[in-house]
Design a binder for this molecule. Sequence first.
Ligand code: NAD
Length: 298
Amino acid sequence: MATIGFIGLGNMGGPMAANLVKAGHRVIGFDLLPANLERAGAAGVTPASDIAGAVAGAEIVVTMLPAGAHVRQVYTGPDGILASAARGTLLIDSSTIDVASARAVAAAAAEAGMAMLDAPVSGGTGGAEAGTLTFMVGGDEAAFAKAEPVLQKMGKTIVHAGGPGNGQAAKICNNMVLGISMIAVSEAFALAEKLGLDHQKLFDISSKSSGQCWALTTYCPVPGPVPTSPANRDYKPGFTAAMMLKDLKLAQEAASQAGANTPLGAEAAQLYNLYCSQGLGEVDFSGIIKMMRGDGSK
Ligand code: NAD
């Protein structure tokens, strides 16, 4: 069993670190928020008072931080991981961040003699608690092989997506499809309502036809057809609209840097921006159907 440093013990990182403890690893954790450090301590994580304390003696370091700026700071800052961890430490960043930051930090890690993987996840806090996350991993083959058994303690599906940054690329491409398709499904139900077509009838037909997609069959934005979807609990998340907006913005940033043409991704980002600007960022992202109806309902 390994000694693992874990930095960022929030909604996702807390339960992920707890699953590593349950698997028998020695986990040393650090978070800026004392309440999160305390909660992780109750789950068996040994609390450290700074980054250096969390990475001392660790063979592997996992980070789960809000955004690219935090990741850059925690890795490359003066008292950061690259300045504190031993050469040869395997670094795994599971935060969802921009591809450019992921590649820049991985390059800085390589210069410091450490292999680094970007390993963002999907599956939300439920998946983090149940240990059923999907990891999309970018980085070299040898580092992936070493990380895989550890990631398996926090997730169910572990996919190697290619070189550095490709985990983040996979995450934002997938979530761009999801954001666009949720809007498409919402528009279809809003149109069906105006045409007098029953929700269940549209679902029964479309879920067996060419309109079939995850946003329809697993996460249906109207109550009824899929009893487990957030629409049945007044759009309690799930996956918040603010998180979807974050990922759509990351996709747009990457598209503009790479010169890719993503007009529907751009439109989806604008629509989620409008939705969040109405104070609805903490509502599930499928709640956007209310805005698509265009009748002022929130
Ligand atoms: P969170 O805000 O609950 O947790 C982030 C933690 O990082 C906080 O506890 C914060 O105090 C800590 N932190 C920030 N800066 C720090 C620093 N310099 N040193 C130490 N700790 C620091 O966020 P979360 O919901 O756990 O999300 C984490 C990441 O996972 C994000 O990138 C998010 O996009 C991604 N993600 C979240 C979900 C979800 O459903 N919540 C799903 C998939 C991916």
